[in-house]
Unconditional design. Structure first.
Length: 319
């Protein structure tokens, strides 16, 4: 009897220890689970916080590949338009670096503020269209055949290596979805080397290069990169130069017209300003978009009854 009671007592003690261990383990597991949830939640929040794009409106990207390309994704019309710029094309670089072969601008920028930043700024001002972001391909990446496969592969590459883009991961996920949802007949690609826009000329060393006809290129840019929301709002826009750079307003006016803006006045602003401004009566898509493009402060202090719906005053500091 004593042996039986002893063995039963031992079993009861062992059961109690198991229950005690479980009671101790459960809170620890809950803490670990909570930490994991917080980590996942933080990653999702960070992905949204670093997003450059709302996923609803047109976005224009520079692709640092061979050849360098500008690609526009429009979720509303579910279209993808690409402009291919052949190697050997000379364009004026931003920040007064003068004319350079387009494939050399990235290397030039790497000596200073950043290769993709200089390349994007140069393409934006030279071609007169807003550049919202960029993706680069690392050395050795093999370009897949077909536009959709190529774009999808490049987005995946950038998702794996964030140093290849300034876009957030959530931006890249949305881009990948758009690429794979867009039908083939809604993808248009224009190679400037196959048009009359690119004019070939000989360099002193006998090699061939190309230059762009600025008047002809504007027609192609308008066709490929017009922002339909700006067209729909159809606001009367005035742009004024309050800076010291000659032709600043004219350069900005070309961009506005290229993406579908209705420009009614261009001129000089009589007062000096520290920062550029985009003035409107009520905030709208056009004012938000152009304030981002030119790096301006968006305000709603434009007088009601003014002859413009939107007044842009540039200083040359940010654009």
């Amino acid at each position: 009897m004593k042996r039986k009671e002893t063995s039963r007592w031992r079993r009861e003690q062992e059961e109690r220890k198991k229950h005690q261990n479980l009671r101790m383990i459960k809170p620890i597991l809950m803490v670990i689970f909570s930490i994991l949830l917080l980590g996942i939640g933080w990653q999702i929040f960070a992905a949204f916080r670093h997003s450059l794009w709302d996923g609803q409106n047109r976005i224009n990207l520079v692709l640092n590949i061979d050849p360098i390309s500008i690609v526009s994704f429009d979720p509303d019309s579910q279209t993808i338009n690409s402009l291919l710029i052949p190697n050997g094309t000379y364009i004026e670089t931003a920040r007064e670096h003068g004319p350079y072969r387009i494939e050399k601008i990235y290397s030039l920028g790497e000596l200073e503020e950043g290769g993709m930043e200089l390349l994007s700024a140069s393409l934006e001002t030279y071609f007169g269209l807003p550049i919202d972001g960029w993706i680069a391909a690392d050395e050795g990446w093999k370009k897949p055949e077909g536009t959709k496969s190529f774009l999808s592969g490049l987005v995946i590459l950038a998702f794996k290596d964030k140093s290849l883009t300034n876009l957030g991961r959530w931006d890249l996920v949305r881009l990948w979805l758009i690429v794979n949802q867009t039908r083939g007949h809604k993808i248009e690609t224009v190679n400037l080397g196959e048009t009359t826009v690119a004019e070939k000329f000989a360099l002193p060393d006998g090699t061939q290069a190309s230059k762009i006809d600025q008047q002809r290129i504007s027609r192609i840019i308008s066709r490929l990169f017009t922002d339909q929301r700006i067209c729909q709002e159809n606001l009367a826009i005035a742009i004024m130069n309050a800076g010291t750079e000659t032709g600043l307003a004219a350069k900005a006016a070309r961009l506005i017209i290229n993406i579908g803006g209705r420009l009614i006045e261009i001129g000089d602003w009589p007062e000096e300003l520290e920062n550029c401004q985009v003035k409107t009566v009520k905030k709208n898509y056009t004012s938000k978009k152009l304030s981002q493009v030119f790096g301006c402060q968006e305000t709603t202090d434009l007088e009601k009854g003014a002859k413009w719906d939107l007044l842009i005053i540039l200083t040359g500091e940010n654009w």
